[in-house]
Design a protein around this ligand. Structure first.
Ligand code: NZQ
Ligand code: ZN
Length: 390
């Protein structure tokens, strides 16, 4: 087992009406706040008014940047960084899902440098050594951006969607997680969020490194939580228990805690980011389509034990069967959950995605080398997985 460092300094206010503490938290960081949000859901739900009232209560000056896209674009980051500089912003307030929070993280870092924020992602890999403080108000349970130190930004000019993790500089200082705020999330986005969280756990759980039994049990508990509560949230959008369980799982699936000493890289995410970069699809949907095909590709005598552990502990599959049978049943259970229970589309073809970019996407996903994940994947392997998604 490898040594590891645990350090997640995000203060979380969890639960209904916790937003009343926003003013006191904002005021700790200065006088001028940049409120960032997406395409307007926060105005429709009334959250915008509640947040603005808190900013006023804090006696702070408010600036706003709206229109952050799902799969947020570098142009939004550029605008935000520029606004921070122009208006001498002290703190950024991101109100939204992963796209808004991710974009805000790189606005906060971009405010501290003179170069183009895209240089954080391209071959220049410009250092991120400081950032303005961020407070987040999460509105969609999925990415975990509210409690992690990374983000993913798209550049449509180059068909790139690239991520960067900069622990702990980009962590929100404070995150507000009120499950009632997610009551208005559509069934589709709830399903995509569930697929995303599940994948965050798979990326760590499916790993042949020896690690803590305790962490494997914790991950199995989170997977069971998603499998239990996502369908309830879809059927009963205002079910507090379901929304609360999903919300807290969103944060803990990716805040670093479950990594323990595991060092392997992720697999499905780099592949999905290529698909989103070329086709601008919802991240969780892309993961839902890729994940079972990746599981099928990686299954072998060498890896089968992990599938057995997963199938038996998470789906309750009868352990008294040959290992390969259990593994295949486990993959079928994953498909059933994603495509039948959650109702997500199951192929690229249904999304209008053909094989036109598959070779390039495969090459870019592994950077012309190897994705060193659960099973190392080269570009030919990734191409096979993509083709199996068609
Ligand atoms: O833009 P608005 O109008 O707010 O609407 C959004 C958007 O259309 C809507 N929405 C959000 N909260 C809502 C709501 N609608 C009604 N009621 C609410 N309460 O949902 C749509 C999707 O929002 P978005 O923020 O794009 O979704 P998500 O949270 O899934 O974020 C996806 C982005 O995060 C990245 C993804 O790649 C993608 O770009 N990721 C970030 C990660 C991270 N920071 O660690 C890790 C993830 O693996 C992921 O890559
Ligand atoms: Zn994800």
């Amino acid at each position: 087992m490898n040594n590891f460092i645990y350090n997640i300094p995000v203060k979380v206010y969890f639960g209904e009406n916790q937003l009343q503490h926003l003013s006191e938290e904002l005021a700790k960081f200065g006088k001028r706040v940049l409120l960032t949000y997406g395409g307007g859901s926060i105005k429709r739900t009334g959250l915008y008014d509640a947040v603005v009232a808190e900013v006023k209560k804090a006696g702070m000056e408010l600036f706003e940047l709206s229109g952050i896209e799902p799969n947020p674009r570098i142009d939004s980051v550029r605008r935000g960084a520029q606004m921070c500089k122009e208006h001498h912003i002290d703190v950024l307030l991101a109100v939204g899902g992963g796209s808004t929070i991710d974009a805000t993280k790189f606005m906060a870092a971009g405010a501290k440098v003179d170069h183009d924020p895209w240089d954080f992602f391209n071959e220049k890999w410009a250092p991120i050594t400081e950032a303005l403080p961020i407070i987040s108000v999460l509105t969609l349970s999925a990415t975990g951006s509210e409690m992690d130190a990374g983000g993913v930004i798209s550049n449509p000019e180059t068909n790139d969607k690239l991520g960067r993790v900069e622990s702990p500089i980009l962590l929100p200082k404070v995150s507000f997680l009120d499950p009632t705020v997610t009551y208005t999330v559509s069934a589709y986005q709830t399903a995509c969020g569930a697929a995303d969280m599940l994948s965050h756990i798979f990326e760590v759980y499916f790993n042949m490194d020896e690690d803590l039994y305790m962490l494997d049990c914790f991950m199995e508990g989170m997977m069971k939580t998603i499998i239990k509560y996502a369908p309830i949230a879809i059927k009963e959008p205002e079910n507090y228990e379901a929304r609360a369980n999903l919300m807290w799982t969103s944060s803990w699936a990716i805040n670093g805690f479950i990594n323990g000493g595991k060092r392997k890289a992720w697999s499905c995410h780099p592949m999905e980011h290529e698909v989103s970069a070329y086709y601008d699809i919802t991240h969780g949907l892309g993961l839902a389509i890729i994940t079972p095909r990746w599981m099928e590709f990686c299954l072998s005598e060498k890896t089968v034990s992990k599938y057995v552990q997963f199938g038996v502990n998470v789906f309750g599959i009868d352990a008294n069967q040959p290992a390969m049978d259990i593994a295949k049943q486990a993959i079928e259970k994953v498909k059933e959950f994603l495509f039948t229970t959650l109702g997500l589309k199951s192929t690229f073809t249904e999304l209008g995605i053909g094989d036109e970019h598959i070779r390039t996407m495969a090459r870019k996903a592994c950077k012309d080398s190897v994705l060193p994940g659960f099973v190392p994947l080269n570009k030919e392997d990734i191409e096979v997985i993509f083709r199996n998604c068609l």
